[in-house]
Design a protein. Structure first.
Length: 233
């Protein structure tokens, strides 16, 4: 089995989902007592989040590239960034580490297209919903991406940072997200991308009428495929 480096801690709640999912996926694929070969660097989220909110993306890139270089030094052969928002600096991290990076948007786009979805709603942090780094990657693969209106984007972002990244799940927030999804459906969305790795902790498939595509689960599945693939020459 190959060795996968995981850049986590953004937040610890989603990193826990990745760790469990990668290990469960490898065990299901290989059987017996197999588990995932992982190197995990879990950063302190506070300085990352602070830098995000003041627009210091170069600062966030420094934190992740330092961690990525350490994972390479430890023997990692590829990287996953266990968060959607920090894919804003994915290219910088990949270049600095000199390792392939499994981008979270790619398995998401494949799953949507394989299911015949074209017009999709996006729930994520404000950064992911409003900037080009993520939306344009989906659009470049042929998807029509719909983001919520300003007030709904503010609600979705607030719940992520005030609650979900702290491991807090509130029923009133689930209801608010349901309403946002309803408005995306009214705008023609055929499915909803959970474009923040913590949203799957809050919103479940039976909570809404539209199909949900959990980016963390799809990213984990891609990681399992990479881990279990035959090693190259």
């Amino acid at each position: 089995m190959r060795l996968l480096g995981v850049l986590g801690g953004m937040s610890w709640a989603s990193t826990e989902v990745y760790h469990r999912g990668l290990n469960e996926g490898v065990a299901a694929r290989l059987g017996g007592l197999h588990s995932a070969r992982l190197l995990v660097h879990s950063v302190d989220f506070a300085p990352v989040a602070q830098a995000q909110h003041v627009g210091d993306w170069a600062g966030t890139a420094r934190i992740l590239t330092d961690a990525a270089r350490g994972l390479r030094a430890g023997g990692a052969q590829a990287l996953v960034v266990a968060t959607n928002t920090m894919h804003k600096v994915a290219d910088e991290v990949e270049d600095a580490a000199g390792l392939p990076l499994l981008h979270i948007a790619d398995p998401t786009a494949r799953a949507l297209l394989d299911d015949g979805r074209r017009r999709v709603g996006l729930l994520a942090t404000r950064f992911t919903m409003e900037e080009d780094f993520y939306v344009e990657r989906l659009r470049s693969r042929g998807l029509d991406v719909v983001v919520p209106g300003e007030a709904d984007r503010a609600t979705v972002h607030r719940v992520i940072y005030d609650e979900l990244v702290r491991g807090v799940v509130r029923e009133e927030s689930r209801s608010a997200y349901r309403e946002v999804v309803g408005r995306l459906a009214a705008d023609g969305a055929e499915a909803v991308v959970l474009g923040c790795t913590e949203i799957g902790l809050l919103l479940r498939p039976d909570d809404v009428d539209l199909p949900l595509y959990d980016t963390s689960a799809l990213h984990v599945a891609a990681g399992v495929d990479w881990l279990c693939a035959p090693a190259g020459p």
